[in-house]
Design a protein around this ligand. Structure first.
Ligand code: PMV
Length: 317
């Protein structure tokens, strides 16, 4: 019996990944860039045990049905293939992230799984190879191998698609206030949504071209620690991603009424001289990019509509 435990933190993309060039290998259409956060993480233990007869997956104390564990199964099978390990695996995972609410629990989940499973199987992978392995579970997980700002380079093969650190130690003023408008599961998974956008949005090619420009610009803004520019580029990139959902056929959206309410509040705060910007993923929760020193003022405004446990401030992690 061999076992290993790993913790990985979630990341929020500032330049989004939306669309694959290869479904199987999860190779994206565009490079993406994220900030890893201290507050949300997943702890995962993997035990390879020759005395058990099947693989067993447990998330937050509940056994997962095989149909809900396909991607986990595939990653464990791949690790067995890479390592020559033949025993069945027990996987025990605890999410410190509201699952499937657009808070990217898949990113921390598959990054922790890749690290724990490879170690338990006796592999000693480099960070690059860990990032490639995590990518097979969920594209965004490739970035959660690193702290701070990380870029997922799309590549064009399994070997060339992985994340690299851009700025691991973020020693300047930037934070993310998550507004949890709902912790419910999303109806359209990111995979299904991406596929529909690639196949049916007439704006898809413009998205890829724009995201590439946004990426170049945000890297310069990060290097010069220009908070306002990082926020502006992130917000416009997120809205262009969501424009792909609205322009798909049939159209869909991850916004709900509360998401719009938060976006409006951010615009008003900005008009009142508090620099803050929003971003959203494949779910209705909104993340507000702000300076930590401004967070109390922003929280005070949002407290009119949201309870204290719906407003979570996270720092780079
Ligand atoms: O890797 P997935 O399947 O969780 O997709 C992530 C998609 C977004 O969160 C919307 C964007 C991103 O780059 O994280």
């Amino acid at each position: 019996m061999t076992q290993a435990t790993a913790r990985a933190h979630t990341n929020i993309a500032l330049i989004k990944y939306w669309g694959k060039q290869d479904e199987q290998l999860k190779l994206p259409q565009n490079n993406s860039l994220s900030l890893t956060l201290d507050h949300f993480y997943t702890d995962t233990t993997v035990i390879f045990d020759s005395s058990i007869a099947t693989d067993d997956f447990q998330l937050d104390g509940q056994k997962l049905a095989p149909q809900n564990a396909i991607k986990i199964q595939q990653l464990i099978d791949h690790v067995r293939q890479l390592s020559g390990q033949t025993a069945h695996a027990q996987v025990i995972s605890t999410n410190h992230v509201p699952t499937s609410a657009g808070l990217a629990s898949s990113a921390s989940g598959f990054a922790a799984l890749a690290a724990a499973a490879s170690k338990a199987a006796g592999l000693d992978l480099t960070q690059r190879d860990l990032s490639r392995l995590a990518r097979r579970g969920s594209g965004s997980a490739s970035r959660s191998i690193f702290g701070g700002f990380a870029e997922w380079q799309k590549g064009d093969s399994d070997e060339t698609s992985y994340a690299v650190p851009i700025q691991e130690t973020v020693d300047w003023e930037i934070a993310m206030l998550t507004v949890v408008v709902t912790a419910k599961e999303k109806k359209i998974s990111s995979s299904v949504g991406m596929k529909r956008s690639v196949l049916t949005s007439p704006y898809y090619s413009a998205w890829v071209a724009n995201a590439t420009q946004d990426l170049t610009q945000i890297k310069q803004a990060i290097a010069s620690q220009n908070f306002e520019q990082v926020g502006q580029i992130s917000e416009r990139n997120a809205m262009r991603m969501h424009a792909l959902t609205l322009s798909s056929d049939p159209s869909f959206t991850y916004f709900n009424a509360d998401s719009l309410k938060v976006m409006q509040a951010v615009n008003q705060l900005r008009d009142a001289g508090i620099p803050c910007y929003y971003t959203m993923d494949a779910g209705p929760n909104v993340k507000i990019i702000c300076r930590p020193t401004d967070a109390p003022k922003i929280t005070a405004v949002l407290s009119a509509d949201f309870a204290p446990d719906q407003l979570i401030l996270a720092q780079p992690g």
